[in-house]
Design a protein around this ligand. Structure first.
Ligand code: 5FX
Length: 546
């Protein structure tokens, strides 16, 4: 620890702890770790179950007339924080020991603070709930979130303004994606000009949550800011052309960008008085959930992370920015000069649950038993299931094919159906990763995180499809752990006492554990199926979905 910090807490003879939060699609989680990054306390608030008054399904609201429009009630997130901090106290956490807080949020979602809200944020009354005090602070009541896919028109305009999709990818790290914040803001400015005019600040979900702790608007960090189609991925500054193409006077509403893991200041007095935090507790910038997961997994050079949650994502570290046709390049949350690649598949756990409910009576045990009944490769049957408009590739619906590539209505049995889903999801991940130039080699390790990482039957299939060993990190939820690690790393970096991430985090965290290795015949089975997937996808896309 740095001197200043050590003095603060040793004076009151208490160990330092670090609080990490993750404001994800379906819940808000919090974890407190000790100086050695061991988990001490954790709590969560499930939006659908515990905040039923907001009527969300899977944490979101879908517009009845336009199901591609997906939002979440911003005040629900605020209320979740009230409840979470109470829960942490009830489970015995002494919040006075928290030396620093950081967090992660679902990426791309935007929060619109109404004119004058900075004053409310600054003068929160500790005797009242956060959510009642902030209830009228949002000029857009329901924040657009990453599941939204209603901004194709704005995406086209944005790409055109910089000379095309590839030019936008070169500039911002991604071609225009419907869920990215720039097109989302553009749609709000266009369709709800009054509300846009009445907005003094636009936050990402991560910087919004950070602002609640700071009692002031928190800047957007480089890593999460890369998911907006607005930031120059090399200079890390807002691109004027992109801002202009999206909305007028946008720069003043976005504020500045900052390196990930920057220490921003002291916690707001509200939390000191109401929850017993130490007034010297520091707030470290929050970031996106995928960058935070990269921190939590301590990814090494030849590692590929696969996160299986509401969305399935695949990510890896990169030393130079790469020009991609699909997927995203983001600034690294760990190293200001490095990058990460991210692929996002929207149809993750909710699709797996739908098939489980339909074919395995809602039981994971039955699902796993059925999975083990068919051989690797599923007799050549491939199933691709996109309940929601998929991001990568841009398709929707269920697609079933036999070994000859002939499309079918129905598979012959439920075990084939289930295997087709799981293999199809993993084959798609490998195919898209390979399309980016990723090569699976003898050193490759797949590090798995997210809810599904506890299912060893799924992990074995993943290992076989990638023909690489699969590892899991203890504590499963890497985003919230990554946020807690970032809290510690952030203050250490600021105090120049072991600013190196490897020193402060990687060497402290227990290494990932081997969960399974590929079978000998895995490569021969799945390599042709990846080719088959690519052909099927060409066929589906040429039949015209976008
Ligand atoms: C990444 O680009 C995504 O859109 C999702 O993984 C969200 O971050 C989920 F929270």
């Amino acid at each position: 620890m740095g001197e200043q910090h050590q003095e603060l807490f040793s004076a009151i003879d208490m160990p330092n702890t670090y609080l990490g939060l993750d404001l994800s699609t379906q819940q808000l989680k919090g974890v407190i770790v000790d100086e050695n990054l061991n988990k001490l306390f954790e709590a969560s608030v499930h939006f659908d179950l515990e905040l039923q008054e907001f009527h969300t399904h899977g944490g979101v609201l879908r517009d009845k007339e336009n199901p591609r429009e997906v939002t979440a009630p911003t005040v629900m997130w605020v209320k979740a924080l009230d409840v979470l901090l109470d829960k942490l106290q009830v489970c015995g956490a002494d919040l006075n020991t928290v030396a620093a807080i950081s967090g992660s949020g679902q990426q791309h979602g935007t929060v619109y603070w109404t004119n004058g809200s900075h004053k409310t944020l600054k003068s929160l009354d500790p005797s009242g709930f956060l959510h009642t005090q902030l209830a009228s602070c949002f000029s857009i009541v329901n924040s657009p979130v990453w599941m939204d896919s209603s901004t194709t028109k704005q995406c086209k305009k944005l790409e055109k303004s910089v000379g095309g999709a590839q030019e936008l990818a070169e500039l911002t790290g991604s071609k225009a994606y419907e869920r990215f914040s720039g097109p989302q803001i553009a749609k709000i400015a266009e369709n709800r000009p009054g509300a846009y005019q009445n907005t003094e600040r636009i936050s990402l979900v991560s910087s919004f949550a950070c602002s609640l702790f700071l009692g002031a608007y928190a800047p957007i960090d480089w890593s999460d800011g890369s998911g907006m189609n607005l930031m120059d991925i090399k200079t890390k500054k807002w691109s004027e052309k992109c801002l202009e193409a999206c909305a007028s006077d946008l720069e003043s509403r976005l504020g500045s960008t900052i390196p990930s893991g920057t220490e921003l200041g002291q916690i707001s007095n509200y939390y000191v008085e109401r929850f017993g935090f130490n007034s010297k507790c520091r707030v470290v910038s929050f970031t996106g959930d995928n960058p935070a997961s990269l921190v939590g997994l301590c990814l090494r050079k030849n590692d590929v992370a696969i996160s299986m949650g509401t969305s399935d994502t695949l990510f890896l570290s990169l030393s130079e920015p790469k020009n991609l046709t699909e997927g995203h390049v983001l600034a690294s949350p760990i190293n200001n000069d490095a990058y990460m690649v991210l692929l996002c598949f929207k149809n993750g756990s909710l699709t797996r649950e739908r098939i489980r409910n339909h074919y395995a009576n809602g039981s994971w045990d039955e699902f796993n038993t059925l999975l083990e009944r068919t051989p690797k490769g599923n007799f050549g049957y491939i199933g691709l299931y996109f309940d929601e408009q998929e991001i990568l590739p841009w398709v929707q619906g269920d697609y079933k094919f036999d070994k000859n590539g002939v499309q079918m209505e129905k598979f012959p049995s439920r075990e084939i159906e289930i295997k087709a889903l799981v293999e199809g999801q993993f084959i798609a991940k490998r195919a898209h990763a390979e399309q980016l130039g990723f090569i699976i080699g003898p050193e490759t390790r797949i590090i798995v995180t997210g809810g599904a990482s506890a299912n060893s039957t799924l992990l074995q299939i993943l290992s076989d499809v990638f023909n690489a060993p699969v590892y899991t990190q203890e504590g499963a939820n890497s985003a919230v752990l990554g946020a807690a690690y970032q809290a510690k790393h952030g203050i250490m970096r600021n105090q120049n006492s072991g600013g190196d991430f490897f020193h402060s985090v990687v060497n402290t965290v227990k290494p990932a554990k081997l969960a399974c290795s590929p079978h000998k015949d895995a490569y021969e089975t799945y390599t042709p199926m990846v080719v088959q997937y690519n052909n099927i996808m060409k066929q589906i896309l040429s039949n015209g979905t976008k």
